[in-house]
Design a binder for this molecule. Sequence first.
Ligand code: OAD
Length: 235
Amino acid sequence: MPEVPRIVVLTGAGVSQESGLATFRDLGGIWSQVRLEEVATPEAFAADPARVHAFYSARRAQLIEPGVQPNAAHRALARLDAAWPADFLLVTQNVDDLHERAGSTRMVQMHGALNRVRCTACGAVTPWREQLDMRTPCPSCSRTTLRPDIVWFGEMPMQMGRIAEALAGCTLFVSIGTSGQVHPAAGFVAEVRDHAHTVELNLEQSAGSMLFDEVAQGPATKSVPAFVDRLLATL
Ligand code: OAD
């Protein structure tokens, strides 16, 4: 019997688009409404923390809107995680909580999470569902030094050691709903190509499509459950 593949799945904003959360670079996407230099860098936070807090507080509030729920793609990936008998890691660039709510557990949020805050003074990381502003005290040290627990441009993504290990050991790499424009995630496919079969599931052609062995275009709620069903049928 052939060896069961060791899987890394990378997801981006496209996987949450059908749950009602905007992507970044599509028409009408987040970066067409606000300049990333003004809200998603350490320099922006130093210059105008109120603006940065307002941007992330609005996105955090979206997560508790009744219409924002995990979709069939999130659920299929949770099903794969639960059933897959070999190494599996879901690496998401998304800061929403939809993979978690769908039930994924072997998962890394490499760009951080909207539902956590981090204290820049004491380092405490705290679950957070509320608005956040410059007057909010840290639940651990009471200082007003909280920031979103989000990776900004120019900062190191989270858990890169665990991700590097999974990439080095994987034999199947699947990229879903990401435009392939932000590094280091955009470089993962090139890192694994010599030892893994690579698959891209995206609405349209991405910047890196030509690097994949297999490419399928379409909405994630259709392509991901179909792909997961095919994979589970090989067990
Ligand atoms: P992008 O907005 O750059 O790309 C989203 C991709 O999803 C595009 O290629 C779309 O074609 C595709 N897409 C849209 N709707 C889809 C659907 N229903 N089904 C499948 N695919 C769909 O978002 P990301 O690649 O995730 O980082 O962006 C990467 C990072 O850039 C984000 O994590 C964020 C952003 O700046 C930080 O803020 C640090």
